[in-house]
Design a protein around this ligand. Structure first.
Ligand code: C5P
Length: 258
């Protein structure tokens, strides 16, 4: 990537955003080797994880761009010795938008009477407020609007784009006999002149953002849930997590094929 990193704007749990020198409407995203769960309560460092996350995100965003889904991704993330991704600058909306095709995770906890692993048709879209301190509580659409987080038509657009993203990724994974169970995406409003205010998929979509079950088998999972479930986080266990991330980064490279 040609662009040079400017001042650091924000440092999250697993990534850092920098200004892009000479390009006020662009940012550089670097993903770190940290892996966290439980709103940061569990944290480890897996050497090379940032690079795998950047590979995965850039490949997924490139695939989504090609499918006509608007994302903030412009380029990078696949350079040999860097994991810097160039993105359009956005004002982030502090929501996690989750799409579920199969009952798992917090949905299964919330509705213990619903059979875990069963299909949700149509897919269910849920909104969570980004607020680690309060463990990202679920938020109703009316509340999103009432609190001025997003306008009604924006909520509608986020649901529509999140569903379409899920559908595209579900199909790509299905071709590899992998079931996309659920997915979390985030949105931003572009700040750039001509497209000011336009909603785009932002942040990252990587192996931390979804649940994926090869052959539909939960025990064969390849995503971050492996890490969340670890009882002992020793070198051997973390190496197993890394292998899953490598496998996923490689698999999503094929998403671009057509
Ligand atoms: O935990 P829950 O079932 O609500 O998660 C739904 C989906 O959102 C999962 O794919 C999970 O990996 C993802 N997620 C995420 N970041 C969070 C919470 C959930 O990427 N903070």
């Amino acid at each position: 990537m040609q662009q040079s990193k400017g001042a650091q704007i924000v440092r999250g749990k697993t990534k850092v955003l920098y200004e892009c020198i000479g390009e006020p409407e662009r940012l550089i995203v670097e993903q770190m080797d940290a892996i966290t769960a439980g709103d940061g309560a569990r944290r480890d460092v897996i050497s090379g994880k940032g690079r795998l996350a950047a590979l995965t995100t850039s490949r997924v965003f490139r695939f989504l761009n090609r499918r006509g889904l608007p994302t903030h991704y412009l380029g990078g993330g696949e350079d040999v010795d860097e994991n810097a991704m160039l993105v359009r600058r956005c004002a982030m909306i502090p929501l996690e938008v989750v799409v579920r095709g199969i009952v798992a995770g917090s949905y299964a906890k919330r509705y213990p009477d619903v059979q875990r692993g069963s299909r949700l048709d149509p897919h269910v879209v849920e909104f969570f407020l980004k607020d680690d301190e309060h463990h990202d509580p679920m938020i109703a659409v009316e509340e999103i609007v009432a609190r001025g987080i997003a306008r009604p038509e924006e909520v509608e657009r986020m649901s529509e784009l999140a569903r379409a993203t899920f559908d595209a990724l579900e199909e790509a994974w299905r071709e590899r006999s992998v079931t996309l169970v659920d997915l979390k995406v985030e949105f931003g409003r572009l700040t750039e002149g001509g497209r000011n205010g336009e909603l785009v998929l932002a942040d990252v979509v990587d192996n931390d953002s979804w649940r994926i079950w090869p052959q539909g088998r939960e025990q064969a999972m390849l995503d971050k849930q492996i890490y969340r479930n670890l009882e002992r986080r020793d070198a051997k266990a973390l190496a197993r997590v890394k292998r899953a991330y490598e496998e996923v980064a490689e698999a999503v490279a094929g998403f671009d094929a057509r």
